[in-house]
Design a protein around this ligand. Structure first.
Ligand code: RB5
Length: 143
C-alpha cells in the first residue's frame, strides 16, 4: 500500500471521494479535507497537504479544485513541492518523467471521473526519467 496525501476544496470534494474509493486497494489515504461540498477556500487545504508532502522523503499527494490552478499555485509556494496541473494522460506521464512531480493537481470541473482515475494511475506508475531532467529539476529550487 502506498501512502498518499489528498485534499480538495468544495469543487473537488466529490471527485476526491471517488478517487479515494477507486484506489482504496492500492493507496493508504491521508485525507486533509475538505469533508463536504460546503464552500471553502482552497489555500486552507493546499497548504497543509504541501507541508505534509514536503516533510516526507519521497512524499506525494493529490490536490483537486475546480480548475486546479488555485491548488497548484498555492502548493508550489512550498519548497520541495512540484505540483503539476494535469488533464490528460500524456501530461500526467510527462509530469512524472520530466518534472518529477510530487503532487498531482486535477481540475474537477473540466475532467470526468474516468479521466481522473487514469491520471492518478499514470501518476502513480510512471517513474522519473532522471538524466538531463534531473539537472533541470534541481534548477527549479530558488538559490
Ligand atoms: C471555486 O469556485 C474555484 O474557484 C476553485 O475550486 C478553483 O478553481 C480555484 O482555482
Amino acid at each position: 500500500m502506498m501512502k498518499l496525501h489528498i485534499a480538495s476544496d468544495h469543487a473537488g470534494y466529490e471527485l476526491k471521494e471517488i478517487i479515494k474509493q477507486r484506489f482504496a486497494d492500492r493507496c493508504e489515504w491521508v485525507d486533509h479535507g475538505t469533508f463536504s461540498s460546503d464552500s471553502v477556500d482552497y489555500p486552507d487545504y493546499a497548504h497543509p497537504l504541501a507541508e505534509a508532502v514536503a516533510s516526507e522523503v519521497d512524499g506525494c499527494g493529490i490536490l483537486i479544485c475546480g480548475t486546479g490552478n488555485g491548488m497548484a499555485i498555492t502548493a508550489n509556494k512550498h519548497a520541495g513541492i512540484r505540483a503539476a496541473l494535469c488533464w490528460s494522460h500524456d501530461i500526467a506521464a510527462l509530469a512524472r518523467q520530466h518534472n518529477n512531480a510530487n503532487v498531482l493537481v486535477m481540475p474537477a470541473r473540466f475532467i470526468d471521473a474516468d479521466t481522473a482515475a487514469d491520471l492518478v494511475d499514470t501518476f502513480l506508475s510512471t517513474p522519473f526519467e532522471g538524466g538531463r531532467h534531473e539537472r533541470r529539476v534541481q534548477k527549479i529550487n530558488l538559490r
